[in-house]
Design a protein around this ligand. Structure first.
Ligand SMILES: O=C(O)c1ccc(O)c(O)c1
Ligand SMILES: [Mg+2]
Length: 609
């Protein structure tokens, strides 16, 4: 769990979150929300109905935790109904006013009606909302009217605002919700027409672009800003320009977050608001110091022998030994692999434990990471070790901000002394091309936002990859220039052995030669089915000699408008495997088209008779 840093959260606007966004009982949600560093909450009615705490106890709990109750919600199906129905609605409202008095809440969200009895009559809607606001005012309560994207007659924010304007009551304003606005494709420029003091509340949610019914989309797939495909910052900016100075409040309905750990989700949520504020130009956290390359990848395993054998076959040589820890440095070209036998698990075998990122300004990168609530890795170093700043990514991988071999900064390589060389570096490997990290399924969105926000990496489109027992998502995050590329994959489900495999892709100048030589030196490379090459011949107009060479060396092939991508894989050791890749002509991909072949081949290899 991240160390909450409320001071960072308190910069900029006040920040709130709707209790519906998190898992668990209300009391645990409130604890998680406060621990992350939020200023306030929207209490969702269902959370109140389902708790044994009385409204007074919820009020006291929030006060103890330093949380304001910014909103109570929702009240549904109020407006534009026949008079007898409306009279009953007013009676319903009185019950809510009473609960709110006991809670100490003074803002009630009313969402546009989905009642089949509601009439398409703005004047009636305005008149009835005016009466409701009058009643509310007697209790010191204000009403924020929100257009649901699937409202029966009112489904856009500008329509809701027109009704609020027509009603003309001081206790009636509007609530803007970025999901409803952006899911309908509404122009955010219209927000400028609303006086800031009539925007009573601002709710924020993102969502991946999906072609589906908007109600289902909203109720299952909302995510925190920066995790989906909507331009939430444009809504924040537009609202800020009106003079709106209320809280930025997250309201996310999401099947995954409803199950995930609330404390962790709350930190993820607050991080999304911090990144959003920066994107909207409302705050300036320390700027990212964009990584330019990989300094190293560290594998942890008590039993190093199987990995040493693979590294040796790939042409790496052991060149150094840490002066105070059981860690070996293996090098080839600019690719550096650390083998740490003082960590890792005997049960699962070798695993990727850490990645070193070449960073122009490591201290700056660490300041940003801290400001964005990244858990800082405690320095467990010997007195002589170079000071290294590191943070833990959501999957536990430690990310070190490094400056290797520069005179202006201590280099981690200074902690290594020359080791008796195993052999000469002999392969075609030039550097680390990318690292693929498998994420637990319920932390995927968090991981994407973490790498984008904390490291400043660019997020590429989400892909669906098929393996024999599942379909899972994959998203690349990369630094401009491509010096650092990470592929984030969702762990396939339990049906696919549920393994959290990770891999290190090594850039070569000649992958076919590299594969042949690695095999000759005893590497087990992943066999690729002949059917793949028959199909490849049909898909691409390849030189028959190249096709033969690919087939013979087990190399996969992909191509885009920029160039080619040739790659092959070693067998898996523990939880890791290596990939050899060759890019030509500025190819930017990762061989996604071949991922299904690779996964099927890995499955077959693992279950070979
Ligand atoms: O899904 C809903 O019903 C719902 C309720 C209240 C909101 O503020 C909202 O945006 C959606
Ligand atoms: Mg809403």
């Amino acid at each position: 769990m991240a160390d909450p840093q409320p001071s960072a959260a308190r910069l900029g606007a006040r920040k709130s979150i709707a209790t519906v966004s998190l898992s668990g009982p209300l009391s645990e949600k409130l604890t998680a929300i406060a621990a992350a560093g939020f200023d306030g909450v929207e209490i969702f009615e269902n959370d109140l109905l389902g708790t044994v705490l009385s409204p007074e106890e919820i009020r006291a709990r929030c006060a103890d935790l330093g949380l304001a109750i910014d909103l109570y919600q929702p009240m549904r199906d109020v407006e534009a109904v026949p008079e007898d129905v409306f009279v009953r609605n007013l009676r319903r409202a009185e019950r809510k006013f009473d609960v709110m008095r006991r809670l100490g809440a003074d803002l009630l969200l009313v969402c546009s009606s989905v009642d089949p009895r509601a009439l398409d009559d703005d004047a009636l809607a305005a008149e009835q909302l005016h009466r409701l606001a009058g009643r509310a005012q007697e209790h010191g309560i204000r009403i924020a009217y929100e257009a649901l994207a699937w409202g029966r007659h009112v489904d856009t924010y500008d329509h809701a605002w027109r009704i609020v304007e027509q009603a003309g009551h001081p206790a009636l304003g509007t609530c803007l919700d970025s999901f409803h606005i952006l899911s309908r494709g509404s122009e955010v420029s219209g927000i400028a027409a609303i006086p800031g003091e009539k925007i009573f509340f601002l709710q924020l949610a993102d969502a991946p672009k999906m072609a589906m019914d908007v109600l289902q989309w909203s109720r299952h797939h909302r995510c925190f800003p920066g995790q989906g495909g909507l331009d939430v910052a444009s809504v924040v900016q537009a609202a800020a320009r009106t003079g709106y100075d209320g809280p930025l409040s997250l309201e996310v309905f999401n099947d995954v977050f409803r199950q995930a750990d609330a404390a962790r989700t709350a930190v993820d949520a607050l991080r999304s608001l911090l990144v959003l504020e920066e994107s909207a130009g409302l705050s300036e956290p320390p700027a990212p110091s964009l990584p330019t390359g990989f300094a190293f990848a560290e594998l942890a395993t008590p039993d190093t022998e199987p990995v040493r054998a693979v590294l040796d076959a790939l042409g790496f040589a052991r060149t150094g030994r840490h002066t105070s820890k059981p860690v070996e440095l293996w090098e080839q070209g600019a690719a550096r692999i650390l083998l740490n036998s003082g960590a890792g698990s005997r049960r699962y075998g070798p695993a990727l434990a850490a990645v070193g990122l070449e960073t122009p300004d490591p201290a700056q990168a660490a300041h940003r990471a801290e400001a964005l609530l990244a858990p800082v890795v405690p320095r467990r170093r010997a007195p002589v070790d170079a000071p290294l700043d590191a943070v833990a990514a959501p999957d536990g991988t430690e990310l070190f901000f490094c400056r290797t071999g520069r005179p202006d900064h201590p280099s981690w390589t200074g902690d290594f002394e020359p080791a008796p060389a195993t052999r000469h570096q002999a392969g075609h490997v030039e550097r680390i091309d990318h690292v693929a990290l498998t994420q637990p399924w319920h932390q995927f969105d968090e991981a994407v936002l973490f790498h984008r926000g904390v490291l400043g990496l660019t997020v590429h489109e989400s892909l669906d990859l098929a393996d024999p027992y599942g379909l899972f998502r994959s998203r690349a995050v990369a630094a401009p220039g491509g010096g650092v590329r990470l592929a984030l994959n969702v762990a396939p489900g339990p049906g696919a052995d549920g393994q959290m495999l990770q891999h290190i892709a090594l850039a070569t100048d000649d992958v076919i030669a590299a594969a042949r030589e690695a095999r000759a030196r005893g590497a087990a490379l992943l066999p690729i089915p002949a059917n793949y090459y028959d199909d490849l011949a049909a898909r691409h107009d390849l030189d028959p000699r190249l096709l033969d060479a690919l087939r013979e060396s087990g190399v996969l092939y992909d191509r885009d408008e920029h160039g080619e991508f040739l790659h092959c894989y070693t067998a898996t050791v523990g939880r890791v495997f290596f990939e050899l890749v060759q890019r030509t002509g500025g190819h930017q991909g990762y061989g996604a088209l071949n991922a299904g072949i690779r996964l099927a081949a890995q499955y077959a290899h693992q279950h070979r008779p």
